[in-house]
Design a binder for this molecule. Structure first.
Ligand SMILES: C[S@@+](CC[C@H](N)C(=O)[O-])C[C@H]1O[C@@H](n2cnc3c(N)ncnc32)[C@H](O)[C@@H]1O
Length: 402
């Protein structure tokens, strides 16, 4: 592997190693991330090509399998409940109602992968990762991101061999439907399975917890409120596909002067479950594939909606909003992942593949967003990126020129 490890990266690695060795103090978050990236580059430069191939084609699949089996066995819970005391294999097996030999074999994989510490022969102790694995929400995160998506991923090479090497565009006839032999769209499929639905909800909650709300880094005052109409009858923001209104609730808390001028829209099934938010937030049923009924709002907002859809469907959604927009005044704000045009972080590249497989959807790069938005006659004013989440969450801001 070629090494493009910069001297500055080596400096981070050395400084972190010295800091940890000297006083064991934990690194500040920025240094930790820089050091981690530097170490990853170092690993890339040290690993031989066959070692990389072996890791991806062989080792990772058994590690994922053992992680998942361990969750069902409840072995992370047993180790965490031991409260720091080492647990022998027989004790662990008994507590999990499992065979000792089987437990030892699974634990070999999990200790090598760092999920659990091996503190003696066939003796184990919980570490920080074990504690995470034992948290309630982890069950949903793993089931939502692994169980069904992994079934689709392992046979995708067959799907693309049969259908051609191109991005799927039909949300009800894509890789997921091909694999699971269903005609249901992803969300319909998830909703008819209570365990999968719970897992998906937990996964989304955990995902949201990783990011900073857009109002913390997007200039709301300068770009929305300054220059907004002072007429109390006119709407400041419409949140399309806003689910239960959490985005608008946060917005209202930070900008209480917008009370009564915010509109939440979603499908009937979702709106039926929304708590009574009025009069601060008007709650209405609206399908975003039909004409936008709120005319001349300052902002038409969508949060993680459009990555669910292929380009043609996104254009259909835009064409329903455009007639409602007041040129030179109304803004379309898309709070989505914005992939960098180069050197996409691995997690976000994986998110794109997930969207492709499950929904015929897509995570889009900065250039792809601009091209898509401008293809329907809107003008992109700016693409704002979050200083958090490795700069991959953003707000695409567009207008109709006056
Ligand atoms: C991934 S969730 C995002 C929800 C919310 N914006 C958020 O950030 O958490 C997608 C939302 O779009 C809604 N949705 C799906 N199809 C829709 C449609 N045709 N019209 C309006 N809302 C729709 C769903 O009900 C769901 O609330």
């Amino acid at each position: 592997m070629s090494s493009d490890l910069e001297p500055v990266a080596l400096k981070h690695i050395n400084a972190a190693a010295a800091s940890i060795a000297n006083d064991g103090s934990s690194l500040d978050e920025e240094t930790r991330k820089k050091t981690l990236n530097a170490v990853r580059e170092l690993v890339k430069s040290l690993e031989k090509p066959f070692e990389v191939l072996w890791r991806y084609s062989y080792r990772l699949s058994s590690q994922r399998m053992a992680m998942r089996v361990g969750l069902d066995m409840g072995l992370y819970d047993v180790l965490v409940k031991a409260d720091g005391k080492p647990v022998k294999a027989q004790e662990l097996a008994d507590a999990c109602k499992a065979e000792k030999l089987f437990t030892v074999r699974i634990m070999r994989v999990l200790t090598a992968a760092g999920f659990v510490d091996e503190v003696g022969v066939e003796t184990y102790a919980a570490n920080e990762l074990t504690k995470l694995m034992a948290e309630d929400v982890t069950d949903g995160v793993v089931k939502g991101s692994y169980d069904m998506p992994a079934r689709v991923q392992v046979v995708m090479h067959n799907y693309f061999r049969e259908r051609g090497y191109k991005s799927p565009v039909d949300p009800v006839d894509g890789p997921m439907q091909w694999t699971l032999n269903t005609k249901l769209a992803y969300f319909e499929y998830v909703q008819q399975d209570p365990e999968l639905f719970k897992a998906f909800t937990q996964l989304m909650t955990r995902w949201r917890g990783l990011s900073k709300h857009w109002t913390e880094w997007y200039p709301v005052q300068a770009n929305i409120l300054d220059g907004a109409s002072t007429n109390a009858e006119e709407i400041i923001m419409v949140d399309m596909g806003g689910d239960r209104g959490h985005d608008l609730e946060i917005f209202l808390k930070r900008f209480p002067s917008t009370q009564g001028r915010l509109v939440l829209q979603d499908l009937p099934m979702t709106i039926a479950t929304v708590p009574h938010l009025a009069p601060a937030i008007k709650t209405t049923v609206h399908d975003f594939f039909t004409p936008q009924p709120v005319k001349g709002a300052r902002v038409y907002f969508m949060h993680i909606i459009l990555h669910d859809w292929p380009d043609d469907k996104v254009r259909d959604i835009f064409r329903q909003i455009i007639p409602a927009m007041r040129p030179g005044y109304s803004k379309l704000l898309l709070n989505e992942i914005v992939l960098p045009d180069q050197k996409c972080p691995a997690d976000f590249a994986a998110a794109d593949i997930n969207m492709m497989n499950l929904l015929a959807g897509m995570e889009r790069s900065r250039a792809q967003w601009i091209e898509l938005v401008e293809s329907v006659g809107l003008k992109v004013i700016a693409v704002h990126t979050s200083p958090f989440m490795e700069n991959s969450e953003g707000v695409v801001e567009a207008m109709l020129e006056a």
